[in-house]
Design a protein around this ligand. Structure first.
Ligand SMILES: Cc1cc2nc3c(=O)[nH]c(=O)nc-3n(C[C@H](O)[C@H](O)[C@H](O)COP(=O)(O)O)c2cc1C
Length: 322
């Protein structure tokens, strides 16, 4: 049996696979376009990009593919409204909003006829999103990399959310193999979103040192950190993370002037700087976000191969006798 298509608003992807937006500067035009070219939905992460840079990545991605390109914009960003505005102007195919809840974004999406897809972790917020006009929701469980909205596992919260709403539900967090896709679909999901697997791809925009740290990480190297956004986050243990966990991470003012990139920031350290340092190769002094199952990812593959494997594994899992 083949994987079903994924319909979100008036957009139809030939595969029900979304590449999760990954900040900072991990999922840019090359990764998003590669996923879209294979029939999935490619997503450019806006965190850490100013509006003109996001415009440039959307335009680059559109030159590289005729497939579906979305953007992932954190509600917590100070430039949230501007980033949405330029994404609408550039006619992205869909907008994914994470790390917070915005009512305005649904109105902007409706006016521009662009599907809005919030990331949720509870039935209450999923229902609220549907009521405001979400075209689909992404349910993220505790297994996900990056900021976390819950400590409950994906498969414990997915069925309740599927039941609570009529719009398509996309499952995210800890999806690595075709059999995981089969499980998510059997629980009522219309598709899946993968982050970590695509981070370890040839097309992701991280430095080789970042990718090396990612594929070397073992299960026990993954820890929960406190983000200045006010949410927990899942990351790989590095010397910087060690300082952070000990409450000794350097404060922003000790190494640069704060640019107030977040609407509300605890200012105990600068997470954008730490993510950028790692993305550029200084892993020791930075933060590498990663999903709970990063220990199972041991290779950097081209996107084409990652997707082919997922499709083949899904088919094989459907013929397994249980
Ligand atoms: C390196 C990295 C950066 C991420 N950055 C973001 C982000 O900027 N915005 C967001 O909504 N989710 C972010 N995520 C979450 C992913 O989009 C995705 O939902 C999640 O990684 C799925 O879990 P998985 O890694 O187990 O596949 C990030 C994840 C990783 C691994």
């Amino acid at each position: 049996m083949n994987l079903p298509k994924l319909k979100i608003g008036d957009k139809i992807a030939s595969l029900p696979i979304i590449q999760g937006g990954m900040a900072v500067r991990i999922s840019l035009a090359p990764l998003a376009a590669a996923v879209a070219n294979e029939g999935g939905i490619g997503v450019i992460a806006a965190s850490g990009l100013h509006p003109p840079e996001l415009v440039s990545h959307i335009q680059q991605a559109k030159k590289m593919t005729n497939g579906i390109i979305g953007v992932n914009i954190m509600v917590a960003l100070s430039e949230f409204a501007e980033l949405i505005n330029v994404s609408i102007r550039e006619k992205v195919d869909l907008i994914i909003a994470g790390a917070g809840f915005s009512r305005d974004v649904f109105k902007w999406g409706r006016e521009a006829n662009i599907p809005i897809v919030p990331i949720v972790s509870s039935e209450r917020v999923a229902k609220l999103a549907e009521r405001f006009g979400a075209s689909a929701v992404i349910v993220e469980g505790k297994e996900a990399g990056g900021h976390l909205g819950t400590f409950d596992s994906l498969f414990s919260i997915l069925p309740g959310i599927v039941k609570a709403v009529k719009i398509p539900v996309i499952a995210a967090g800890g999806i690595l193999y075709g059999a995981d896709i089969k499980k998510a679909l059997s629980l009522g999901a219309s598709g899946v979103q993968l982050g970590s697997r695509f981070a370890a791809s040839e097309e992701s925009s991280a430095a080789p040192e970042w990718k090396e740290a990612f594929i070397k990480a073992k299960k026990e190297d993954v820890v929960i950190i406190e983000s200045p956004v006010g949410m927990p986050g899942r990351a790989i243990y590095t010397p910087f993370v060690e300082l952070l966990l000990a409450g000794r991470a350097p404060k922003p003012k000790t190494y640069k002037k704060c640019v107030k990139c977040l609407k509300d920031c605890k200012r105990n350290y600068c997470i954008i700087d730490a993510l950028v340092r790692a993305q550029q190769g200084d892993v020791e002094n930075g933060i590498v976000f990663a999903g709970e199952r990063v220990g199972e990812i041991n290779d950097i593959l081209p996107v084409k191969k990652i997707i082919q494997k997922l499709v083949d594994e899904f088919k094989a899992s459907m013929t397994e006798v249980v």
